[in-house]
Design a protein around this ligand. Structure first.
Ligand code: HEC
Length: 130
């Protein structure tokens, strides 16, 4: 920044201004430089954050909820639909989302808002095998 203001003074030198005006103009340009400079560094900080399109993981986030809260009634030979594997869960993705979002499932109890969001987001993202 010091070299920046030096250059500003250099450029302003031939322009007919008294010393005070030059200092003030330099200060103005310097402030603008800091302002736009900070905008640029904000953009860089945002780029360092985790990518916004990080998707909900089926095996790490969704499967543990289903195993813990649904399998007791929706295991093989239990209530329809069977929710034991990626294949059977993803085949029923939209009805799983509806039942969970409406609070109808798990029957007789509730999921936490975070668990509901995990399942809803996973379905909305295409029910990926991830
Ligand atoms: C206590 C037993 C029980 C638990 C736990 C349970 N369910 Fe169910 N579920 C049922 C029964 C019984 C039915 C069928 C009758 C009905 O629709 O009420 C059903 C039906 C469903 C259906 C089909 C709904 C329809 O009408 O198409 C879906 C989807 C479903 N459950 C998803 C889930 C999910 C996801 C979980 C875990 C978050 C879950 N269930 C937990 C007992 C349970």
């Amino acid at each position: 920044m010091a070299s920046f203001s030096f250059f500003t003074l250099l450029i302003l030198n031939p322009i007919k201004m008294n010393f005070n005006q030059k200092i003030r103009t330099t200060f103005l340009i310097l402030s603008l430089g800091i302002f736009f400079g900070s905008c640029i560094s904000n953009v860089e900080e945002e780029l360092e954050e985790p990518p916004v399109d990080a998707k909900v993981s089926f095996k790490d986030a969704v499967k543990p909820i289903i195993d813990g809260r649904c399998i007791s009634c929706h295991g093989a030979g239990g209530n329809s639909p069977e929710l034991t594997s990626y294949a059977t869960i993803s085949a029923n993705a939209s009805s799983v989302k509806n039942e969970v979002a409406s609070g109808r499932m798990p029957q007789g109890t509730t999921l936490t808002p975070a668990q509901i969001k995990t399942i809803v987001d996973w379905v909305d993202e295409g029910a990926l095998d991830n």
